[in-house]
Design a protein. Structure first.
Length: 569
C-alpha cells in the first residue's frame, strides 16, 4: 500500500485500507428498519413511507414473489422509473434469493427483448404507463418470461385516484389489454408468511444484480454484480462521502433522487447508501430543473448526486439565485467530465463542494473520487477509492505495464469489481488481464499525487448526458432504413449533453433525399431517446481503409483537419 501514490492524497483520518463491510445487500434495509423505524425512508408525490413501513412492504412483496417461484437462480427484471415500486421490488427480489435485472425505460423494445432472452428474465415488474408496458414482449412465444407484475404510478402517492386520472387524461396509460401470466403489484403485497434468510457467507457467490452495459459490437452485456461487490461499493461510497469532514449523519439526511435508479451509479449512491445511513430518498420521476431547485430549497435536501448535464441545467436557470440551496452538504458528479467553470459556479451558489468521480457498471459505479478537502486538480476525476487499485497497461499488450511517461489502458481491481460478464465466461481473458485486473477500455495517466486523468477511450463509446451510447448499435438501426447504403456514427460536442451522435450517410441512390427529421422518425422505435441521432450529413462516399473497411478514424482525422484550417473568428 505504501507504494500507491494516491494514499498521500487521502485526507487526515481516512485510510485506503479501511475495513469494508461485505454482506448480503438486503441487510442494509433490515438494519435501517431496526435503527430508524419512524424515520422517513421514501418521499413520493406527497406521501411519506417510513422505514418500518418500507420493511413491511418488502417482506410482503418477498412472500408474493416466492409464490411466483422467485428464489436462488431466478432473474427478475425491473422496468421502472424512480418510484417506490423500484425500491420495494429491489430489496424484495434479493430477500427472496433472486437476482435483479435492471432495465432502462429508455431502451427500445428490441433491446428489452434481447436483455430478457440473454438474462433469462422469468418475471418482469413494470408500471401501467404506455411507455413501459407496451415495450414488454408478450409472455407467450420464445421469451423466457412467465409472469408480468404491473403496478400503478399513483398507488404509493398521497392521492392515487387523482394521479391515475391525470395520467389517463394525458394519454400516458397503456391501452393494451392484460396478458396471460399478469398480476398486479398490489396482489403480491397482499401476501404474508415466512421470509427466507440467506447467510452472508454466500455474498461472494450469489449474483445480486445483472447490470447491462453496452459493447462496441453487438448487443449489451450483463455485468455480474454480486452481493459482495455491491455491499463493498456501498461501504466505499459511504466512506468517501465523509472524507474531508463532510460527514453525513445517520438518520438525518435527505437524498434527492433524480438520477434513474436503474443506473448503477444511482442504485449504489441513493438506494443502497440511503439504506445504509438511514437517509430519506426524495424520488423524482423526471428531471425538471425548476422542480429540482424547489425541492432542494423547500425540502432541505442535503445530498444530490447527478451528472454534469443536471448541474449545468440548474446553474443556468435565470432565477437560480432566488432559491436557498445552502442545505446541501455533499453533491457528486459522474458519468462525464465535469467542466471546472461549472464546478465553481455551482459551489458559489450552494456553498457545497461538488465531488467528481469515475466508475463503470463493471465496478459497481465506484472507481475514483475527489476528496472534499485538499487540492482539486482540474481535468482529473480524482483518486482511487478505498480498496481500489488502478494501474496502466501497454495499449498493445494489457499484460505489460505501459512504458514510463506514456498513457496506458486503465485497469482496475478491488472488492467492488465484477467477477465476469453474464454468459461471457469463456471470453474472460478478453476483459481481464492475466493478473486479474479489469480492462476498462479507457486510456489515462496518473500524476505523482495519485490523481487520475482520462485522455482517450479504446472503446468506441460516447457519453451522452451521462449515458453510455454505442455508435455500432445506432449504425445497425440506421442500416435498416431502405435508402441507406453505408453509415458511420461519431460523437460531436454538445454543450448540454457532452456529446451527441452524428450520422454520416451514403445513400443507395445518389439522387435520393433523406432529412434528419425523416431519419429520426424512422429510428424512433429502434433506439432509445438517449441514443437518438442529433445531426446528419449525407455524403457521396465515406472513407475506407485499403481493404475496403469503413474507417471512423479517417473520418475523424478529416474532420479534425478541416477544423484546424478554419480561420479563427
Amino acid at each position: 500500500m505504501s507504494t500507491f501514490p494516491w494514499v498521500k492524497s487521502y485526507p487526515p483520518g481516512t485510510r485506503w485500507d479501511t475495513p469494508l463491510t461485505i454482506e448480503r445487500v438486503e441487510r442494509l434495509l433490515d438494519r435501517a428498519r431496526t435503527n430508524w423505524p419512524e424515520k422517513s425512508a421514501l418521499s413520493f408525490m406527497g406521501r411519506t413511507i417510513h422505514f418500518a413501513e418500507l420493511g413491511e412492504l418488502v417482506d410482503r412483496m418477498t412472500v408474493g414473489l416466492r409464490a411466483l417461484g422467485v428464489g436462488p437462480g431466478v432473474h427478475v427484471g425491473l422496468l421502472l422509473p424512480n418510484t417506490p415500486q423500484y425500491v420495494i421490488s429491489f430489496f424484495a427480489i434479493l430477500k427472496a434469493g433472486g437476482t435483479v435485472v435492471n432495465y432502462s425505460p429508455l431502451d427500445a423494445a428490441n433491446t428489452i427483448a434481447h436483455k430478457i432472452e440473454d438474462s433469462q428474465t422469468q418475471v418482469m415488474i413494470t408500471l401501467d404507463l404506455a411507455s413501459l408496458y407496451d415495450k414488454v414482449p408478450n409472455l407467450t412465444g420464445v421469451h423466457p418470461l412467465r409472469h408480468l407484475v404491473v403496478g400503478q404510478v399513483g398507488e404509493f402517492s398521497a392521492h392515487p385516484d387523482q394521479v391515475q386520472a391525470q395520467l389517463a387524461t394525458a394519454g400516458q396509460l397503456s391501452a393494451s389489454p392484460p396478458r396471460a401470466g399478469q398480476v398486479s403489484f398490489q396482489h403480491l403485497l397482499a401476501h404474508s408468511g415466512t421470509v427466507p434468510s440467506f447467510p452472508d457467507s454466500e455474498a461472494h457467490q450469489h449474483i445480486a444484480v445483472l447490470q447491462y452495459t453496452g459493447g462496441t459490437t453487438g448487443f449489451p452485456k450483463g455485468a455480474i454484480l454480486t452481493h459482495a461487490n455491491l455491499s463493498a461499493a456501498t461501504s466505499q461510497a459511504t466512506h468517501f462521502t465523509a472524507m474531508g469532514g463532510t460527514l453525513l449523519q445517520e438518520g438525518c439526511e435527505r437524498i434527492l433522487v433524480a438520477l434513474p435508479m436503474f443506473h448503477v451509479y444511482a442504485m449504489v449512491v441513493t438506494v443502497l447508501m440511503g439504506a445504509r445511513i438511514g437517509a430519506e430518498l426524495v424520488l423524482v420521476m423526471k428531471f425538471d430543473p425548476q422542480q429540482i431547485l424547489r425541492d432542494i430549497a423547500e425540502k432541505h435536501i442535503t445530498c444530490f448526486p447527478g451528472v454534469p448535464t443536471m448541474f449545468t441545467a440548474l446553474v443556468s436557470q435565470p432565477n437560480v439565485a432566488d432559491f436557498d440551496l445552502r442545505s446541501l452538504k455533499t453533491c457528486g458528479s459522474g458519468g462525464a467530465p465535469l467542466p471546472i467553470e461549472l464546478l465553481r459556479r455551482f459551489e458559489s451558489l450552494t456553498g457545497c463542494t461538488l465531488s467528481e468521480g469515475w466508475g463503470m457498471s463493471e465496478t459497481s459505479a465506484l472507481g475514483t473520487f475527489t476528496p472534499t478537502s485538499g487540492p482539486r486538480k482540474p481535468g482529473s476525476c480524482g483518486i482511487p477509492a478505498p480498496g481500489v487499485v488502478i494501474e496502466f497497461r501497454d495499449l498493445d499488450d494489457p499484460n505489460r505495464p505501459s512504458p514510463p511517461g506514456q498513457a496506458g489502458e486503465i485497469v482496475i481491481t478491488g472488492p467492488n469489481v465484477m467477477p465476469d460478464y453474464w454468459q461471457k465466461e469463456a471470453e474472460h481473458a478478453e476483459f481481464f488481464t492475466e493478473d486479474g485486473f479489469l480492462r476498462t477500455g479507457d486510456v489515462g495517466t496518473m500524476d505523482e499525487d495519485g490523481f487520475l486523468y482520462i485522455v482517450d477511450r479504446t472503446k468506441d463509446m460516447l457519453l451522452c448526458g451521462g449515458f453510455n451510447v454505442y455508435p455500432r448499435l445506432i449504425e445497425e438501426a440506421i442500416y435498416a432504413h431502405p435508402l441507406v447504403q453505408e453509415v458511420i456514427v461519431i460523437g460531436i460536442d454538445d454543450p448540454y449533453r457532452g456529446q451527441s451522435p452524428k450520422a454520416f450517410i451514403k445513400l443507395l441512390n445518389a439522387v435520393a433525399e433523406l432529412s434528419l427529421q425523416e431519419l429520426q422518425d424512422f429510428l424512433k422505435d429502434r433506439l432509445g431517446k438517449h441514443e437518438m441521432v442529433h445531426a446528419m450529413e449525407l455524403r457521396i462516399d465515406l472513407p475506407k481503409t485499403a481493404v475496403g473497411k469503413l474507417s471512423k478514424r479517417m473520418l475523424l482525422d478529416e474532420l479534425a483537419a478541416a477544423t484546424a484550417q478554419r480561420p479563427t473568428p
